[in-house]
Design a protein around this ligand. Structure first.
Ligand SMILES: Cc1cc2nc3c(=O)[nH]c(=O)nc-3n(C[C@H](O)[C@H](O)[C@H](O)COP(=O)(O)O)c2cc1C
Length: 333
């Protein structure tokens, strides 16, 4: 079995190792969502440290999908040049780079967007600011197009891949979750119907990416709230997501967030990633307070996950990948 420092080929994308920087919001963008010099410094330091893949933080595809101040946006062509500079700087340091695309849906706030938030239903998601209004089908179609346009911009900027944010209670997750999706039409009800909107987004994004650019999906392994998605539900949903064209499952969890505020155990979401790996054929990323190189190498060698994401570890120590290689006695080029 390959280890943490072995290359991996994912549908045309070759990564020099299996260490991933997961998407982590930096709040460094301008008011318009543009990339700043701070971003370039932040991400190039991690690329220089030897990580194989950086997934850039959650980036909104349309203005009404913005979640927080300082968030990156890719809702207009004017944002392409900044992203292009960021991609070039990261590539120069030898890492590949994807960007996470998102829409906050019912988690958006009037304070930021100037509008009442909207989602699948009128249910306030955990950490939502006010009751959302249910989306109409034409509005949903417009959002699907926004994801497609943002993908086209990501490709124009030179990104190696795109990740859809399907977890942490944002719009795609709101549709899949039985907690937030109470629709009575063809987009709500059983799991297949709740998946319909996320699958339509995947289809649109895949049509822009083409056959040889992989699509990552931040996938919810568990909502971690009563009445929400469970691992069993997630395992039933995952094969449909794979069939729609997702090339990598980046497994996280939590309708109210990514869990990093709550859990401290080494690899706390790895069991969820393993669960998803049992039902899909494509690679799976494990995450959750992973700090020990030996542990990370072991879960790859044992075939429990295919790649390992290091969040806090890379925030506090950009040089971690090189140090991990040294600790494991691996020679890196
Ligand atoms: C400051 C911060 C910002 C984050 N922003 C995002 C984000 O934009 N998108 C996302 O999917 N997860 C986000 N996360 C979750 C991380 O990607 C990761 O799953 C989580 O931190 C657990 O990994 P760790 O314990 O290695 O840090 C964020 C986490 C932190 C700490």
């Amino acid at each position: 079995m390959p280890g943490l420092f072995d290359i991996i080929n994912i549908n045309g994308l070759k990564l020099k190792n299996r260490l991933v920087m997961p998407p982590m919001a930096t709040k460094m963008a301008t008011e318009e969502g543009e990339v700043t010099e701070k971003h370039i410094k932040h991400y190039t330091a991690r690329a220089r440290g030897g990580v194989g893949l950086i997934i850039i933080e959650h980036t909104y595809v349309s203005k009404d999908g913005q979640m927080s101040p300082g968030q990156m946006g890719l809702y207009d062509d004017k944002l392409i040049p900044g992203c292009e500079r960021l991609v070039k700087a990261i590539h120069k340091e030898g890492a590949k780079v994807a960007i996470q695309l998102t829409h906050a849906g019912a988690k958006a706030s009037r304070e930021i967007t100037g509008k009442q938030p909207f989602g699948p239903s009128d249910i306030v998601p955990p950490k939502g600011s006010e009751a959302p209004r249910p989306l109409t089908v034409p509005e949903m179609n417009a959002i699907i197009k926004s994801f497609g346009e943002a993908t086209r911009r990501a490709l124009d900027a030179g990104f190696d891949s795109v990740e859809l944010h399907g977890a942490h209670g944002f719009l795609l997750c709101q549709f899949l979750s039985p907690f937030t999706n109470k629709r009575k039409d063809e987009y709500g009800g059983d799991m297949i119907k709740r998946l319909r909107f996320p699958l339509e987004v995947i289809k649109e994004v895949k049509s822009k990416l083409g056959k040889n650019t992989p699509l990552f999906y931040r996938f919810p392994g568990d909502d971690m709230v009563g009445g929400g998605l469970t691992l069993n539900d997630a395992k039933l949903a995952a094969p449909h997501v794979e069939k729609a064209g997702v090339d990598v499952f980046d497994v996280s969890a939590g309708l109210s967030g990514s869990g990093h505020e709550r859990f401290t155990q080494q690899g706390y979401f790895v069991p969820l990633a393993e669960g998803i790996k049992q039902v899909v054929k494509v690679p799976v990323i494990g995450v959750g307070n992973i700090t020990e190189p030996e542990y990370a190498d072991r879960i790859v060698r044992e075939g429990r996950v295919d790649m390992v994401a290091f969040g806090h570890m890379l925030l506090s120590n950009p040089e971690f990948p090189r140090q991990a290689a040294e600790k494991l006695g691996v020679r890196v080029i």
